[in-house]
Design a protein around this ligand. Structure first.
Ligand SMILES: Cc1cc2nc3c(=O)[nH]c(=O)nc-3n(C[C@H](O)[C@H](O)[C@H](O)COP(=O)(O)O)c2cc1C
Length: 356
């Protein structure tokens, strides 16, 4: 029983997806040396492609060696060895009939200085998150306010990482503008108090994202596509609404709509949640400001939730369900009763226990 939009095809930049289901980006903190993930972590992505998931995201790949890393053992795409490690993974995903997308990020003020060879923590403004860092158990240090030199240097890290992904054969690149990391820190007036051309009104707060998007787009061959992930919540101070109103959300989506981004990926804690005091959810509000392909993620765990979520989007992404259940696509096709997976269950992602 599959008669659902979920199991119809979709085309992006000449590529045909066999269904509308993707595995969300998931960091696995599994790169002990040289910023290359463990083999079982790479094989996991290939296995999901072989089990009918048509869009496969990498974990968040760190964009430089100076200040971008926020978690232990993250990976990079900046050296030939890193590119060579990913190339066969990308080919195996494509051989299974799926698309491979590299997500890249700079964590900004969420950095752990000891993990970054230059030991720096940089952000739009010298303001730390209010909560403690759950990894260190200590307050986040106050970041340095980024100079224009820092801004250019960070943009260059995104560009170099995108070039690495192109060389590794990825179909698409995603700029991580969500979850309270650096780009999101610029977008949100909560963390951006700058008074130069990168702060103040949303047009200025969007400038950093815009420059990254344009610089990355300029190095992508015409057949690769660019995705931008955005959210109204961050992993630190998760209770804070990062955008002030429905109008501000519409404005930022309209700016993405005007940019060379090919896909907008909206991350929520629960796709059903009504947003900004309206009767509509985030996918519905986003759709009001763009006709670009839209991905939605957040507590989509069974056929009913996936069917409901896809009504307002083009592709649904699952994190925890696809992390823990290799047969998730078949299970939702068969309408099998399924429960949402918890964060505790998904913490196995950060261990050396191989996943099914
Ligand atoms: C283990 C784990 C690692 C994650 N790492 C990332 C990441 O690297 N980049 C990102 O954008 N989101 C990351 N997320 C968030 C997921 O992409 C997704 O948005 C979230 O799990 C909600 O979807 P779900 O309810 O289907 O799990 C991670 C989630 C989990 C569980």
């Amino acid at each position: 029983m599959s008669g659902s939009k979920l199991f119809t095809s979709f085309s992006i930049k000449g590529r045909i997806l066999k269904n509308r289901i993707g595995v969300a980006p998931m960091t696995r903190v599994s790169s002990p040396a040289e910023s290359i993930p463990r083999k079982d972590v790479l094989d996991f992505l290939v296995r999901r492609a072989q089990k009918e998931v048509s869009v496969i995201f990498t974990e968040a790949i760190v964009t430089d060696y100076e200040s971008a890393q926020g978690y232990p053992k993250q990976s990079r795409m900046l050296t030939q060895r890193q590119i060579d490690a990913w190339r066969p993974v990308v080919e195996a995903i494509q051989d299974a009939g799926s698309m491979a997308i590299m997500q890249m990020f700079h964590c900004g003020r969420m950095a752990i200085p000891e993990l970054n060879p230059a030991g720096r923590i940089i952000a739009p403004s010298p303001i730390a998150p209010q909560q403690n860092n759950p990894i260190t158990g200590k307050p986040y240090p106050v970041p340095d306010e980024m100079s224009v030199f820092d801004i250019d240097h960070v943009i260059n890290g995104f560009v170099e990482t995108a070039k690495g992904a192109v060389a590794a054969g990825f179909d698409g690149i995603e700029i991580h503008g969500a979850h309270g990391y650096l780009i999101n820190q610029f977008l949100s007036a909560y963390s951006n108090k700058r008074t130069d051309e990168f702060g103040g009104p949303l047009e200025n707060r969007f400038r950093f994202a815009q420059q990254i998007i344009e610089s990355v787009a300029s190095v992508l061959p015409g057949d690769r596509f660019l995705s931008f992930r955005i959210s109204n919540w961050g992993v630190a101070d998760a209770q804070i609404s990062l955008f002030e109103s429905k109008e501000e959300w519409h404005q930022v989506v309209a700016m993405l709509d005007d940019s060379p981004v090919d896909i907008i990926s909206v991350s929520t804690l629960n796709y059903k949640d009504k947003a900004f005091g309206t009767e509509r959810n985030m996918a519905q509000l986003t759709r009001e400001a763009t006709n670009k392909p839209l991905m939605i993620c957040g507590r989509i765990y069974d056929r009913a939730t996936a069917d409901e979520a896809i009504r307002d989007a083009d592709i649904v992404l699952s994190g925890k369900s696809l992390l823990l259940n290799p047969d998730w696509v078949a299970d939702i096709r068969d309408n099998k009763p399924l429960s949402p997976k918890t964060n505790e269950e998904s913490n196995v992602a950060y261990t050396e226990t191989p996943l099914p």
